[in-house]
Design a protein around this ligand. Structure first.
Ligand code: NAD
Ligand code: TYD
Length: 338
């Protein structure tokens, strides 16, 4: 890989921590700085295995702190920024959108300005398919030409960040790329998202809450397939371009729930139908032809295999999620870093 010193933002979260594990395995000579504020979603337990690796360093801090980001970039001769940090949960954005605007929009602006002022550092922005809005049952899946039409405060904040990233390319020729990926699942996903929430609830003997009728559709991709795509875009993607990532994994929430129940040997009596999410997006789906045709990316993990692996991971890592659910997970690190 041509980059030597990578700044990963949000590397203590779900996708970012999987990305760091992936990079350390694949490019052991590359130095990684992980800048993460350790919000409720950040958990250094995700990186315990590699915390003493000499090519890895964690810095607790906010991406909105421009002086800090500038110092980190200069001191570590950063030549690539991979930007994962975000407020990421739709339900939280429905309750309060303030932090979404701050981190997702202003935080991205800070990173772009620091990248610009330090010699136009290569910048990859990790985004979501939710910026495109939602699809009707018979609509064609989203692709790179789909108009933006975000419908939740979360997706609106991510859409704003995408526009800003692209604007820095057109205005300042900052060397950027963007990926818009569908719903991820896999190890280290915070148990507020549907797959880890349902899996861990069932392990605890609790009910699983389906919003509305359960007919909403999400397009599922295993987290490693996403991160491999991100790395391919960084290495081979065209500067200034956007790539949609998805694994042709469209499923209704009832289908997902049925599979989780089946693999865990539980019955439908565990389901509890609850009030629908406000403004609930009906369907997301991605057409990933561009990255497949231009960069040769293909997803490698079949949904059922990935789901089984994920359930197994939650079974084998009960302390990880029990500490999160009990609120104990950040106590140790709070003492260490604050
Ligand atoms: P996550 O919520 O698990 O992790 C986010 C991380 O960012 C946490 O570690 C948190 O501490 C950190 N963070 C938040 N605010 C910060 C700030 N101001 N400064 C520094 N760090 C901060 O999220 P995730 O699911 O891993 O998502 C990562 C990225 O991928 C996000 O940009 C998200 O929009 C995007 N994405 C997620 C999915 C998905 O299905 N989860 C799909 C497509 C794209
Ligand atoms: P989620 O995992 O929050 O991801 P996103 O909203 O970003 O797609 O939700 C995935 C789908 O699952 C979405 O249609 C809402 C639904 N859902 C439930 O039915 N029950 C739940 O408890 C949660 C968290 C989500």
């Amino acid at each position: 890989m041509k980059y030597k010193n990578i700044l990963v933002t949000g590397g203590a979260g779900f996708i970012g921590s999987n990305f760091i594990h992936y990079i350390i395995k694949k490019y052991p000579e590359t130095k990684i700085i992980n800048l993460d504020a350790l919000t409720y979603a950040g958990n250094l337990e995700n990186l315990k295995e590699i915390e003493n690796n000499e090519n890895y360093k964690f810095i607790q801090g906010d991406i909105c702190n421009e002086a800090l980001v500038d110092k980190i970039v200069k001191e570590n001769k950063i030549d690539l920024i991979v930007h994962f940090a975000a407020e990421s949960h739709v339900d939280r954005s429905v309750l309060d959108s303030k932090d979404f605007i701050k981190t997702n929009v202003e935080g991205t602006r800070v990173l772009l300005d620091v990248a610009l002022k330090n010699g136009k550092i290569r910048f990859h922005h990790v985004s979501t398919d939710e910026v495109f809005g939602h699809l009707g049952g018979n609509d064609k899946p989203f692709d790179e030409l789909t108009s933006y039409n975000p419908r939740s405060p979360y997706s609106a904040s991510k859409a704003a960040s995408d526009h800003l990233v692209r604007a820095y390319f057109y205005t300042h020729q900052l060397p950027i790329t963007i990926s818009n990926c569908s719903n991820n699942y896999g190890p280290y996903q915070f148990p507020e998202k549907i797959i880890p929430l349902f899996t861990t609830n069932l392990m605890e003997g609790k009910k699983i809450p389906i919003y509305g009728t359960g007919e909403a559709v999400r397009d599922w991709i295993y987290v490693d397939d996403h991160n491999r795509g991100v790395m391919m875009i960084i290495e081979k993607g065209k500067i200034g371009e956007t790539y949609c990532l998805g694994a042709d994994g469209e499923k209704t929430n009832l289908e997902i729930t049925g599979k989780i129940l089946e693999f865990m040997g539980k019955g439908e009596d565990q389901i509890e139908y609850v009030a629908d999410r406000k403004g609930h997006d009906l369907r997301y789906g991605i057409n990933a032809s561009k990255i497949k045709n231009e960069l040769g990316w293909e997803p490698e993990i079949e949904f059922e295999d990935g789901l089984k692996k994920t359930i197994e991971w939650y079974e084998n890592n009960q302390t990880w999620w029990k500490n999160i659910k009990s609120g104990e997970y950040q106590e140790y690190y709070k003492k260490q870093y604050q």
